[in-house]
Design a binder for this molecule. Structure first.
Ligand SMILES: Nc1ncnc2c1ncn2[C@@H]1O[C@H](COP(=O)(O)OP(=O)(O)OP(=O)(O)O)[C@@H](O)[C@H]1O
Length: 356
């Protein structure tokens, strides 16, 4: 498939600060890509570099096959949708939508027709005469998206567009944005610090840390086979449990260290005997049984239920979190047994953090 956006060896320096480090990323036409990572990892810088709002220090950026390094933002033919909406407060919805066409010389009647068409797609037809202050957060976000759509850009660039909305509306809007992307056969790059948003919306997730792409791939591939401990801890909620361990002399089991107690658990592939590793176990991959019935027993410190699922914290060192479906059976202050399937264990080198 042809690449709509292609970054090769991209670096960005802000003075002495190295904000993007050797970024290589190829985005096929029609793909929805999410850039995720903790605050300050460089995801906004990367998005702004695509838009031309930041210049890149080294490397090459191509959009639809054309080198864009020195092309000004307005000539890149990409549309950015911001968290702050960036609507003109003194203009009606219709004027906000037609403005970018009008300044490009499109005739008034044609621009109004385009606005009406886009508004029909985004459910804004009845709001065209309103001012931004007369709209809800979700409606303003829809105007911001409509304003991007009306230009038929080569790519949509979203910078945390849902951060200002409440939880229920976020869930609704993420479906709406994804549906729009599909309907328009768009190419979208979406920045978020919310890994659930990234996992549910994107075809391709790019996980960044300190200016580096730590891993990129399909959402569930990142969940199933995180390349390192950082990605393992970042993708998945609640976060993966990490336990220090030593590979036993048979190379097929581990001694995990839970503070005061050590336990032997089986692994499903051979690892060098005596190697120090970190074992990762997702909270949803631990089974709870009665004490004495599992592979090992732990004391329960906290039980939190949302009704549909129950979060159990074991007061081991490090603490372990387990998610059970439904109300669960664990009680704070009691002992429980834990079971893990060796196929669900993730092993990382203790020093490098890389997957084994
Ligand atoms: N104009 C600038 N001058 C110097 N440093 C900057 C500038 N803009 C950003 N940075 C630094 O570059 C790093 C990456 O910033 P960026 O805004 O891309 O992070 P982010 O991943 O989008 O974070 P957040 O989720 O908090 O928005 C940060 O450490 C930031 O302090």
């Amino acid at each position: 498939m042809t690449s709509q956006i292609e970054l090769s060896g991209v670096n960005k320096h802000y003075g002495a600060f190295h904000a993007l480090k050797n970024i290589n990323l190829s985005i096929a036409k029609g793909t929805f890509v999410a850039l995720v990572g903790p605050s300050g990892c460089g995801k906004s810088t990367l998005l702004r570099s695509l838009a031309g709002l930041e210049s890149i220090s080294e490397g090459e950026l191509k959009i639809a096959g054309e080198r864009m390094n020195n092309v000004p933002p307005r000539k890149r033919d990409v549309a950015m949708v911001f968290q702050s909406y960036a609507l003109y407060p003194h203009m009606t919805v219709e004027e906000n939508l037609t403005y970018s066409l009008r300044i490009r010389g499109v005739a008034k009647a044609e621009a109004r027709k385009a606005a009406a068409d886009v508004a029909a797609t985004t459910g804004l037809s009845h709001l065209l005469k309103r001012y931004p202050r007369e709209l809800s957060g979700g409606q303003r976000q829809r105007v911001a998206m409509s304003r991007a759509i009306i230009r038929h850009p080569k790519a949509f660039l979203f910078d945390e567009p849902l951060s200002n909305l409440d939880a229920a509306l976020r869930v609704h809007m993420r479906k709406e944005i994804r549906a729009l992307h599909d309907r328009l056969h768009a190419t979208s790059v979406y920045v978020t610090h919310d890994q659930i948003e990234a996992m549910t919306m994107a075809d391709h997730v790019v996980v960044m840390r300190e200016g580096v792409i730590e891993q990129q791939g399909k959402p569930l591939d990142l969940y199933d086979k995180p390349a390192n401990k950082f990605v393992a801890g970042f993708i998945g909620s609640p976060a993966m449990n990490f336990i220090p361990a030593l590979v036993a002399e048979d190379g097929k089991s581990l001694t995990i260290d839970l503070g005061t107690v050590k336990h032997r658990i089986a692994i499903d592939h051979q690892v060098q005997t005596g190697r120090k590793v970190t074992v990762g176990i997702r909270p949803e991959h631990i089974g709870i049984t009665a004490a004495g019935q599992g592979i090992f027993d732990v004391p329960v410190s906290v039980v939190e239920s949302t009704g549909s699922s129950t979060f159990v914290t074991a007061s081991t060192t490090p603490e372990l979190t387990v998610v059970e479906t439904g109300r669960g059976t664990a009680r704070a202050g009691e002992m429980i047994g834990m079971n893990v399937d060796p196929a669900n264990l993730h092993l990382f080198d203790e020093t490098s953090g890389l997957r084994l």
